[in-house]
Design a binder for this molecule. Structure first.
Ligand code: FES
Length: 148
């Protein structure tokens, strides 16, 4: 008997797809609420802490409400070495909040993230799904104007 696939049940398949399901749930609801995490855990036969652990681990998932636009500045070493801290400060001055916060008008949430795959053009950041590279403090204001 072929052993490949043995032990893979629909439930274990869903466990492996937890990240995908969390991403879909977040895109529908804006963030992963406690209720949503509990529902997902029950439907997959997982504990709430298992689902919460994944939801809170990845920087692209959020367990709290987000602004209309999410700024994610890369904090990994290549960007750090290209002075990402100056970009972080530039964004902080431009929108008036620190990483982990959302502007009172809900326009922006500000996060730090690990590598976004643009290391050769560091420092880099994402705003929603848009990647911005070769950042300088001067570029920050121009970039953020586009996002209402
Ligand atoms: S280290 Fe910043 S984009 Fe890769």
């Amino acid at each position: 008997m072929n052993k490949i696939g043995e032990g893979i049940t629909p439930q274990s398949q869903e466990k492996r797809d937890l990240l995908v399901l969390l991403e879909r749930a977040q895109s529908r609801s804006g963030y992963l609420s406690q209720e949503l995490i509990a529902e997902l855990a029950e439907s997959l036969g997982l504990s709430i802490s298992e689902v919460y652990g994944v939801a809170s681990f990845y920087s692209f998932l959020s367990i709290k409400p987000q602004g209309r636009n999410v700024i994610r500045i890369c904090k990994s070493i290549p960007c750090y070495l290209k002075d990402a801290q100056t970009i972080i400060e530039g964004v902080r001055k431009e929108i008036g909040i620190k990483p982990g916060e959302t502007t009172p008008d809900g326009r922006f949430s500000f996060e730090l993230t690990n590598c976004i795959g643009a290391c050769d053009r560091a420092p880099a950041m994402m705003v929603n799904n848009d990647v911005h590279v070769d950042l300088t403090p001067k570029k920050i204001s121009q970039i953020l104007k586009v996002y209402k």
